[in-house]
Design a protein around this ligand. Structure first.
Ligand code: ZN
Ligand code: ZN
Ligand code: ZN
Length: 378
């Protein structure tokens, strides 16, 4: 990641200060005495920069009561000071030297804690050593505490998601305006990655190009198959811009669409639109899934819709809340998630339409603005 991408993530120091305070309050509410946040999206959310995840321990310690401590290898201190900006005044930096034992330092800092929350993606080598060092403290996942904060997006975060979505839309418009037959999936995929960056992403995350029978595999990896007339093509692309992710899918058909495919696609399009329409505060995540699944099921494609309707999105492509039948959580203003039903007929073809939707007090706002009509390509 470039320095520009790193600092672009940072918001006003007061925003990060408030996030750390809220993390402490959410931890207290869950009877967690301290959070140990290693380099990860959680770390970047709180501190405004991505620290490298290395064999040397970097760990933000957020106690439920008291001041946050940033324990880090001494050689990482200059980068941290630079990246933290004014926020550095609010955090107690504890640089450790090559011969120090950072686990021992954590043990000293959180001494007396009964419950400690570990960042969900912490490396096992640290988690296991911490478990031994902090015994008999109970170790729990910091995930629920952190996602209580991160699942509700501020207007500033929604702006970033919108900008990322627009950049992905521009790339999508270009790709479905091109001649695709005669090219390999891998070629088109590489081109999409370039377009994602050219349109303003800091990094291209993924570019699924699934053609012909491959379109029946939702997470197909673009390969050497040559796209030909009569193919359905699922294009699912996304990247990161100023710390926030894009993720959108459109389906194309090479040449005049087979009537059977056109019928399938019409059902999918209706289901996706209805699920987007159903978004408003108070509606359960499961209901959004149910709306899409109901329409697809009624048309006889129920068995062919083999994944959940969507996932939350923010600093990670997949995060809470998940739009799945088992999630009774009511939507709230500030939730941002994908609505991406799909229909997949094995060995034949498949289709998916994916938009990012933000729940607002007035209903759902679609961040993706490209047409959801079946794209006819050459
Ligand atoms: Zn996916
Ligand atoms: Zn998605
Ligand atoms: Zn996607």
């Amino acid at each position: 990641m470039t320095t520009a991408a790193r600092t672009a993530l940072r918001l006003d120091a007061s925003v990060h200060h408030e996030r750390i305070q809220r993390a402490a309050a959410e931890a207290a509410e869950r009877s967690v005495d301290a959070l140990l946040i290693t380099p990860s999206p959680d770390y970047a959310y709180l501190l405004g920069y991505h620290a490298p995840a290395l064999e040397r321990l970097t760990c933000l310690i957020v106690p439920a009561e008291g001041d946050p401590v940033l324990l880090l290898p001494r050689l990482e201190e200059p980068l941290a000071r630079h990246a933290l900006g004014e926020l550095v005044e609010e955090i107690h930096l504890v640089p450790w030297d090559e011969t120090d034992d950072p686990i021992r330092l954590v043990q000293t800092i959180v001494a007396g804690s009964l419950r400690v929350g570990l960042q969900d993606q912490m490396w096992a080598r640290f988690a296991l050593r911490l478990r031994a060092a902090l015994d008999p403290a109970e170790l729990v996942e910091a995930g629920p505490t952190m996602s209580a904060l991160r699942r509700i997006k501020s207007p500033e975060e929604v702006d970033r998601l919108r900008a990322a979505a627009l950049a992905a839309d521009a790339a999508m418009r270009t790709i479905i305006g091109e001649r695709l037959s005669g090219r390999t999936e891998a070629d088109v995929s590489r081109h999409v990655r370039d377009l994602l960056v050219a349109e303003g992403h800091d990094t291209a995350g993924f570019a699924i190009v699934a053609s012909g029978p491959n379109s029946a595999s939702p997470h197909h990896e673009a390969g050497e198959r040559v796209i030909e007339s009569g193919d359905a093509i699922v294009i699912d692309i996304g990247g990161t811009r100023a710390g926030y992710c894009s993720d959108t899918s459109r389906t194309a058909f090479v040449g005049a669409p087979d009537p059977e495919f056109a019928a399938l696609y019409a059902v999918l399009r209706e289901a996706q639109a209805a699920a987007c329409e159903a978004v408003r505060p108070g509606v359960a995540c499961s209901e959004i899934d149910d709306v899409a699944r109901g329409i697809i099921g009624e048309a006889g494609y129920g068995e062919a819709f083999i994944h959940r309707t969507g996932h939350g999105i923010g600093m990670e492509t997949h995060e809470e809340p998940y739009i799945v039948a088992s999630n009774q959580e009511p939507l709230r203003a500030g939730h941002a998630f994908s609505v991406e039903p799909g229909i997949y007929i094995r060995d034949r073809w498949g289709a998916r339409i994916e938009d990012i939707v933000v729940c607002t007090d007035a209903g759902g706002e679609r961040l993706n603005t490209t047409s959801t009509e079946l794209a006819i390509v050459e």
